[in-house]
Design a protein around this ligand. Structure first.
Ligand code: NAD
Ligand code: IPM
Ligand code: MN
Length: 369
């Protein structure tokens, strides 16, 4: 079995707590069927800042660039509120995304049958929900220049962020969305705000051109992003794949998370372009949630978003499709058995902590083998 090089970046807050559950799974897969995972660990976020004053070191960045895949926990927290902007914990994650050129962030929002009652929406609105948000991840207002606060000299300051998109960036992210739609229900809805943003005008135009040139078999619709947010909570099952920019994708995926019952349920895969020769791509797998300072250290965080991110890693980086399917089935089965972390707790269910939830998924995975 070839070696599979995995870099683990647990980060801060509940990041290490959730990552611990994935480490158990990796150990089990190595022991049970010689999966060949070779793991290395690095520091990112506040924990990296505390160790060496940077939110990710050059050495750990180099490890991420060399790994077959990277698993990321979460970064941030009030402890680092006062650190300089350039080295704040979140900067480590943004550097990883930018330097690894992870332009495509896949955020699937699946409502597991057992959790239909855990959503803040009515069960019939979310039952059977399976949508995929394809978020552009290396462009837009996150990275556009200028990005600064300038002193206007009259007692006023000006904060500036710049939203920028070039044709190639919109083409490649919409290509990913169309390709994925072909493997699902063959529908893409593109969300922007062409009514107020020039980048939105270009976004809509390029998505439509890409569709016409290469993907006219896929059903394409366009929606203003604010209306998209409304439609996501009104009737989310109208969507299959949603493609949108970096900031809208960030916000819409947190909205989508609540359709599934909790932010603690949403995994994601951040992917680069496939290498022309080998077909391999750089990838970082990161739950959608953050470091959850309000619950960290209590052993109650939901590890499912992290575990499901590992399932995405098995699927997209290692082509271990059967194992990924089995892990996702194990998650569903554990929920069917009535086990719940606090964030998804409901009447009649059994509340468990982070470790017990991880153990239950692992045991179920083995039972399904
Ligand atoms: P958050 O996602 O950390 O938490 C939002 C709410 O969801 C909290 O009430 C939290 O307890 C709950 N929650 C999140 N994940 C959960 C889980 N796995 N199980 C149970 N409950 C969970 O967002 P926030 O509070 O806005 O941000 C906290 C910090 O995290 C900030 O510093 C922010 O910048 C950072 N952040 C990091 C990432 C990341 O590392 N990818 C993502 C989002 C936010
Ligand atoms: C996310 C987070 C990040 C983002 C932050 C922590 C930089 O909210 O992954 O959704 O805004 O992209
Ligand atoms: Mn976010």
């Amino acid at each position: 079995m070839a070696t599979r090089k995995l870099l683990l970046l647990p980060g801060d807050g509940i990041g290490p707590e959730a990552m611990a559950e994935v480490k158990k799974l990796i150990g089990m897969m190595n022991a049970d069927f010689n999966a060949g995972f070779e793991t290395e660990e690095g520091l990112v976020g506040g924990s990296a800042y505390d160790a060496h004053g940077q939110s990710i070191s050059d050495a750990d960045m180099a490890k991420a660039l060399a790994a077959d895949a990277t698993l990321f926990g979460a970064v941030g927290g009030p402890k680092w509120d006062g650190v300089p902007y350039e080295v704040r914990p979140e900067a480590g994650l943004l550097r990883l995304r930018k330097e690894m050129e992870l332009f495509a962030n896949l955020r699937p929002a699946i409502c597991y049958p057992a959790l239909a009652a855990s959503s803040s929406l009515k069960p019939d609105v979310v039952e059977g929900l399976d949508i995929l948000i394809v978020r552009e991840l290396t462009g837009g207002v996150y990275f556009g220049e200028p990005k600064e606060i300038i002193d206007l000299g009259n007692g006023q300051k000006r904060g500036i962020d710049t939203q920028v998109y070039d044709t190639f960036e919109i083409e490649r992210i919409s290509g990913v969305a169309f390709e994925l739609a072909r493997t699902r229900s063959n529908k893409v809805c593109s969300m922007e705000k062409h009514n107020v943003m020039k980048s939105g005008v270009l976004w809509k135009e390029v998505v439509a051109q890409t569709h016409k040139a290469k993907y006219s078999d896929v059903e394409l619709t366009h929606m203003l992003a604010d209306a998209g947010g409304m439609q996501l909570v009104r009737w989310p099952k109208q969507f299959d794949v949603i493609v949108t920019d970096n900031l809208f994708g960030d916000m819409l995926s947190d909205v989508a998370a609540m359709l599934t019952g909790s932010l603690g349920m949403l995994p994601s895969a951040s992917l680069g372009a496939p290498d022309a020769k080998t077909g391999t791509r750089r990838a970082l797998y990161e739950p959608v949630h953050g470091s959850a300072p309000d619950i960290s250290g209590k052993g109650i965080a939901n590890p499912i978003a992290m575990i499901a991110s590992f399932a995405m890693c098995l699927r997209y980086s290692f082509n271990m499709v059967e194992e990924a399917d089995r892990l996702e089935k194990a998650i569903a089965a554990v929920l069917d058995d009535g086990l719940r972390t606090r964030d998804i707790m409901s009447d009649g269910a059994t509340e468990v902590g982070t470790g017990a939830m991880g153990d239950a998924v692992l045991a179920k995975y083995r039972a399904l083998s």
